[in-house]
Design a protein around this ligand. Structure first.
Ligand code: S3P
Length: 472
């Protein structure tokens, strides 16, 4: 394992204010590169997330024959090879920390007649790949993987791919997307049935590039059908800002008295919006303004004001629409008044870390009352700032790191996370962006924020300002 741990400490902070330009959507960014790589012609991508996970996907697409460039103005171009046109990579595909990159690429490779070897970092090699291996084997690919279907593995894509009809055993957009991407190079119709609807970025983007994808309601979930062997045509893509990343400054603004924050251009796809719904039920003041559409994805500007939050019950069927947001929701719950119960969290056990255990341990270390079940979490908030003062083990998980730094901003004493390096997978520049809004996050690789924010210390002023507007 890497020995380059870089701890970060979040100190209790005053109000946040300003406009936060948060990074591009990770899910959409992966898909823009992968589908662009299978299109004919040059795809231009604006707003791509230049985080480590997406950069891995970019270099793997290059290894498979696509030409991908990042231009001076921040835009990216992808020159695709066409469906069926991928080359055999010479070197091992290293997906780093990225489960999405790994699973979607395996899908794409599975119906190309080539052999590839894939690996990842110490977190990724522990995560289950059997969930994609099973359907991709049914389509004709062959895998040699470690025990339990773990990376590193080798895959040989099918010479004569078969379309399948597959019912997802877990609600997973990654598995759905792997099958759809594989189906692109199979003749006939590939069908995925999902018992619960999951994020539909693949369906939207495949259509954007000219594929025929139909989606129908089916037994409470959805039935998705893709017509195989289309000619995908290069298109321009505008990537919305990631709601899963915007969630961190958003919750920080909610819990820091007097805060007022604008988050422009954030994706509000309903299959990603469970956090907004839950926070609003807790009493959050979040205005959703200027709703519009960008390349088939809904976006809006979010205006967030500090709010008194109350505990709620988050039902299990909401989990697919906020699966990556439980760490930060748990932090909001720790700062709320009363009990928050979250159910249906089994999938959190197989994320970048066992997130359920990591959240529970982190809250405990900071004096928050928490109870962890097999697939549920109960957090007791007192309505006043949690004690803090603890050190949190991040287990190579970017979202655990960011969530607990937000806790530290709102706690009575500072919170330290043992390693902040993984934050770069999804939110490069997180600490600097937060500090620019008034947060006090410090670490060996950061400029000291203490001076500039010392002036904020008297918490009275922002509170007073807030009162004038008739808020608490
Ligand atoms: C993602 C799907 C989700 C999510 C992940 C991104 C995607 O994973 O947790 O961060 O882009 O398809 P699962 O498919 O495992 O639920």
């Amino acid at each position: 394992m890497h020995a380059h741990h870089s701890p970060l400490t979040a100190h209790p902070s005053g109000a946040l204010a300003g406009t936060a330009l948060t990074p591009g959507d990770k899910s959409v960014s992966h898909r823009a590169l992968l589908i662009g790589a299978l299109a004919v012609g040059r795809t231009r991508v604006a707003g791509l997330l230049a985080g480590d996970d997406v950069l891995r996907t970019a270099s793997c697409c290059r290894a498979l024959g696509a030409r991908i460039e990042r231009h001076a103005d921040g835009a990216w171009t992808v020159d695709g090879v066409g469906v069926g046109g991928l080359n055999e990579p010479e070197l091992v595909l290293d997906m780093g920390n990225s489960g999405t990159g790994a699973r979607l690429l395996l899908g794409m490779i599975s119906t190309h007649h080539l052999t590839a070897v894939m690996t990842g970092d110490a977190s990724l090699v522990r995560r289950p790949m059997a969930r994609v291996i099973a359907p991709l084997e049914a389509m004709g690919a062959r895998f040699v993987a470690r025990e339990g279907g773990r990376l590193p593995l080798s895959v040989t894509g099918a010479k004569s791919p078969l379309p399948i009809s597959y019912r997802l055993p877990v609600a997973s957009a990654q598995v759905k997307s792997a099958i759809l991407l594989a189906g692109l190079n199979a003749p006939g119709t590939t069908v995925v049935i999902e018992p619960e609807a999951t994020r539909d970025h693949s369906e939207t983007m495949l259509r954007h590039f000219g594929a025929t994808v139909t989606v129908e309601p089916f037994e409470g979930g959805r039935r998705i059908a893709l017509t195989g062997q289309p000619e995908l045509t290069a298109r321009d893509v505008v990537v919305p800002r990631d709601p899963s990343s915007a969630a961190f400054p958003l919750v920080a603004a909610l819990i820091l008295a007097g805060s007022r924050l604008k988050l422009p251009g954030v994706g509000i796809n309903p299959l990603r919006s469970g956090l907004l719904l839950s926070l609003k039920e807790m009493g959050a003041d979040i205005a959703i303004e200027n709703r519009r559409e960008q390349g088939g994805e809904k976006v809006a500007d979010l205006l967030v004001r500090a709010s008194k939050l109350n505990g709620i019950e988050v039902p299990a069927d909401r989990a697919p629409t906020m699966i990556d947001e439980y760490p930060i929701l748990a932090v909001a719950a720790a700062c709320a008044r009363g009990r928050t119960v979250m159910r249906g969290l089994a999938e959190l056990r197989v994320k970048e870390s066992d997130r359920l255990a990591a959240i529970a341990a982190g809250l405990k270390a900071n004096g928050v009352k928490v109870e962890m079940g097999e697939d549920s979490l109960t957090v007791e908030g007192t309505g006043s700032p949690p004690p803090g003062g603890g050190t949190v083990a991040t287990h190579m998980d970017h979202r655990i790191a960011m969530a607990f730094l937000v806790l530290g901003l709102g706690a009575r004493r500072a919170v330290t996370v043992d390693d902040g390096t993984m934050i770069d997978t999804s939110f490069p520049g997180f600490a600097a962006l937060m500090n620019g809004l008034g947060a006090r996050i410090a670490g060996p690789l950061l400029k000291k924020p203490a001076r500039a924010t010392a002036a904020r210390k008297p918490k009275k002023k922002p509170v007073a300002r807030a009162k004038k507007r008739g808020r608490k």
